[in-house]
Unconditional design. Structure first.
Length: 115
């Protein structure tokens, strides 16, 4: 999550699981000393941001953990309005698009979203 400015105090973050106390959802910031890591490699693992109002998200950035060799290699984006019904981000025309990213630990990978 492109959260390098410490914006977590303005919205809530939850995750499907957390590796340990040093890898909680709230640590999902770029350039941090640690990060969010799930406790499992099985699907589905997720990081959820509750912005508390309707906003436009223009991009996603990911970065591997600074301490352990863990990073995201692919992900999908879903959005919703009530935390019960979810819609897959279509990337302009493709439904349920899976985004494949390079396997990097410390390099930030950016993906601009198409409206």
């Amino acid at each position: 999550m492109a959260n390098e400015r410490g914006l977590t105090r303005y919205f809530g973050l939850t995750a499907s699981s957390e590796l340990d106390s040093r890898h909680r959802a709230g640590y999902s910031r770029l350039y941090g000393i640690t990060s969010w890591c799930s406790s499992s490699v099985s699907s589905p693992q997720y990081l959820e941001a509750d912005f508390r109002k309707v906003i436009t998200v223009t991009g996603i950035a990911t970065q591997g953990d600074n301490e352990v060799d863990k990073w995201v290699t692919s992900y999908t984006i879903s959005y919703g309005y009530d935390r019960q019904t979810w819609f897959n981000y279509a990337g302009g025309k493709v439904k349920g698009r899976v985004l494949i990213i390079q396997s990097e630990q410390v390099v930030v990978i950016n993906y601009n979203l198409v409206c």
